[in-house]
Design a protein around this ligand. Structure first.
Ligand code: PLP
Length: 402
């Protein structure tokens, strides 16, 4: 056998991409050249000065001091699973702790659910634009992401006819991100009910990514399972966003009570055994979060709404840019009318190199590169955002004129 000079990674890694972090490589080069980079690429409130509620920190520290530093059961410690179940019950979703798995963030819930549902060659319906972890995990499994449209003309709502057309014998799940990253959209009840009908009729479960459900500008959005407790729904969430602790990797996955999902629940538990457990002390933070004071959420949501309003008013006054107003979370997905032959990545890289502003191009979320969409994370302070949007306006004027 010839001696290899370089050891090749698995070929399937070529299809695994995660633009939100990949683009940071470019940002580091810009930083190395001496220019300050303004990071509007990652949805992490902590670097922007938002603080994890102290009672959560105390609960985790206490758990460590009390010796809870060993492995936990694979599904997580009982009090935290009970707290998740009680949270779902209080929001109208009948749930028991034995159908709750504590996970390393929403991310691991996504990975466990897709791993339990889809074989190589199977299909999973994913929105465009999408949160890119879904396509990345499907690429790893060898399953196929089949994209359904969400429409900016209707406030980025999913195109129900498109979804119905795409569901077929190979479909193993429908991903629903509501409230949505990257668009900030919140879906109306009528649409949610139609999707539940489809899931009930076809037996294709819905993977409900509800990590932003506490961050609706008009109040928390109802959990999908509250519309029909017997529908085949798996729900994911975490402490990352609404409880301001993304680095803790503290999340959960719930499996709806219908017997139709029992085998999937069994498969998820099997997979969960293989990774031992999610971070133990942080599980005590979940218990504290869901049973304690949440007043920080009122302040956080108020701050987010003010930033959303500023984002929409500043960006929509830029000639060549249009933006749909978000209704939740900290993302907006504006569109720049690109000159013929240029891509969203060209625009975003030029913006980065010339101004130090780092956004993520729409094609990183599965949108066509020539359409000119990009995602803005608006967690920076209002003053910082004003300066950033002024710079973006001046740059865009030059870019579109060149
Ligand atoms: C829609 C969506 N799902 C999942 C995640 C991952 O969250 P977590 O930190 O809980 O893994 C994010 C993070 O940005 C997200 O936007």
């Amino acid at each position: 056998m010839p001696v290899r000079t370089s050891i090749p990674p698995a070929a399937r890694i070529r299809t695994f991409t995660y633009a939100i972090r990949n683009i940071v490589v470019e940002a580091k080069k810009v930083e190395a050249s001496g220019r300050k980079v303004r990071y509007l690429n990652i949805g992490d409130p902590i670097p922007f000065g938002f603080k994890t509620p102290p009672h959560l920190i105390e609960a985790v520290a206490r758990a460590m001091r009390d010796g809870h530093n060993g492995y936990t059961a694979s599904a997580g410690v009982e009090p935290a699973r009970e707290a998740v179940a009680a949270e779902y019950v209080s929001r109208g979703v009948p749930m028991t702790a034995d159908r709750v798995i504590l996970t390393s963030g929403t991310s691991e819930g996504i990975e466990l659910a897709l791993g339990a549902l889809a074989d190589a060659g199977d299909e999973v319906l994913v929105p465009t634009p999408t949160y890119p972890l879904y396509t990345a995990v499907l690429a790893k499994i060898g399953a196929r992401a089949v994209f359904y449209r969400t429409d900016p003309a209707s406030g980025w709502l999913p195109d129900l006819d498109d979804i119905k057309r795409l569901v077929g014998p190979a479909t193993r799940a429908i991903v629903l991100i509501d409230p949505n990253n990257p668009t900030g959209a919140v879906y109306p009840e009528s649409l949610r009910r139609s999707l539940i009908d489809l899931a009930n009729r076809t037996g294709v479960p819905i993977l409900a990514d509800e990590v932003y459900s506490d961050l609706g500008f008009d109040g928390p959005t109802p959990l999908l399972g509250s519309l029909d407790p017997d529908a085949p729904i798996l729900s994911f969430s975490s402490l990352s966003k609404a409880y301001l602790a993304p680095g803790w990797r503290a999340g959960w996955l719930t499996v709806g009570r219908t017997d139709r999902l029992n085998d999937v629940l069994g498969a998820i538990k099997k997979l969960a055994d293989g990774r031992l457990c999610s971070p133990g002390p942080m599980q005590y933070g979940i218990h504290a979060a869901l049973t304690g004071d949440r007043s920080h959420q009122r302040t956080f949501v108020r701050e987010l709404r003010a930033r959303a309003d500023l984002t929409v008013s500043c960006l929509s006054r830029v000639p060549g840019i249009e933006v749909v107003a978000p209704s939740a979370a900290f993302y907006a997905m504006p569109r720049v009318r690109l000159p013929h032959g240029r891509t969203d990545e060209d625009y975003i890289l030029a913006l980065l190199r010339e101004t130090g502003i780092l956004c993520v191009y729409g094609s990183g979320f599965g949108l066509p590169a020539d359409q000119g969409y990009f995602r803005v994370v608006f967690l920076a302070s209002l003053d910082e955002l004003r300066v950033i949007y002024d710079d973006l306006e001046a740059f865009t004027g030059r870019y579109l004129a060149s």
